[in-house]
Design a protein around this ligand. Structure first.
Ligand code: PMP
Length: 321
């Protein structure tokens, strides 16, 4: 297949391999039949992970690899997918994949557990069946230190709930809720959106968690507010408390608290630290990127790139092949 069939990859940058069910497989050989449950019916759970180049450009560090793989196994457990690899096995496979693919700069890593077999005719057939496990990587960009912010709406689409489509599970199918909300916001002229729970409390953005700063306190919806248990959210909470000496409160958040916040930002593996400039066209009071957001943007950048040597347990270094 021609390189142009993969527009996310710079010319010639398609990785040589991906990891599939315990083996390193040539990229172009990894195919799934369209009628398989994992492809045709969205029976899949996944992770999104980043690796960052170090400050000196010499090393690549995967950010919180173990936590992401543990969350993948949690998603599998909640979806009744039998586990046949440990987080340690998958971490070793990820590192070896990045080495083999000679990943150098900032890299996105995508583990997926899905049903690829054609023997599953109905959802019930998958009970007790081991899913396929896939890990692939590609180059990615970063928005850290760019100060690029977003104007967001409050979505009229309600966030899914734990007793319907649990947001704690990183299931592919959940993301149709996020997609409806995001596309609706774009059509209405916003960059992105924030979804509310069925009881009208702030949940999260389609691919990121939400924080606000008000009267010197940092506030974020709790993990029972219709959110994914975000690994970046956890890192940001720790950086706020341990490095900035700020009070962080995890609780239910009202929509109108966003209207009177000094600062609002989103965070996530892909979103990193993204300033939110306005909500429903009401500008955050700091005007532009606020001081707490700016400090977190810098801190997060320095930690993920190991410019700041702290939090070593968050980084897994990929040694060159
Ligand atoms: N919420 C949703 C819905 C997401 O898809 C993501 C991205 N995985 C996040 C929050 C942020 O989670 P994390 O920090 O673990 O990437």
């Amino acid at each position: 297949m021609a390189a142009s069939a993969f527009p996310l990859f710079p010319a010639g940058a398609i990785p040589a391999h991906l990891w599939l069910d315990g083996a390193f497989v040539p990229w172009h050989d990894a195919t799934v039949h369209v009628t398989a449950m994992g492809a045709g019916a969205g029976v899949a759970v996944f992770e999104g992970i980043r690796a960052y180049g170090s400050g000196d450009g010499e090393a690549l560090n995967v950010f919180r690899l173990h936590e992401h793989l543990e969350r993948l196994l949690d998603s599998m457990t909640m979806m009744r997918m039998p586990l046949h690899h440990s987080a340690d096995d998958l971490a070793a496979a990820t590192i070896e994949l990045l080495r083999r693919n000679e990943a150098r700069g900032d890299t996105y890593i995508r583990p997926v557990a899905y049903y690829s077999g054609l023997e599953h005719n109905s959802f019930g057939d998958t009970l007790g069946a081991p899913p396929s496990l896939l890990i692939w990587n590609r180059p990615t960009g970063t928005q850290l230190l760019t100060e690029r912010g977003k104007h967001v709406s409050i979505s009229s689409w309600t966030r899914i709930a734990d007793n319907q489509m649990p947001p704690r599970i990183k299931a592919m199918s959940n993301y149709q809720n996020n997609r409806l909300a995001q596309l609706d916001a774009r059509v209405s002229g916003y960059d992105d959106t924030i979804m509310l729970t069925a009881t009208g409390k702030v949940a999260e953005a389609p691919g990121a968690c939400v924080f606000l700063v008000r009267r010197g306190e940092v506030i974020t919806p709790s993990v029972t507010s219709g959110i994914l248990e975000s690994i970046t959210r956890d890192a940001i909470i720790r950086l706020c408390r341990e490095r900035l000496g700020l009070t962080v409160i995890e609780r239910e958040v009202d929509r109108t608290e966003l209207y009177v916040a000094d600062e609002i930002f989103c965070c996530g593996t892909a979103a990193e630290v993204t300033p939110v400039l306005s909500v429903d066209r009401i500008a955050a009071r700091a005007g532009g990127m606020g001081p707490v957001t700016r400090q977190l943007d810098r801190l997060y950048h320095d930690v993920v790139r190991r410019i700041d040597e702290g939090y070593a347990e968050w980084r897994t270094e990929v040694e060159r092949a």
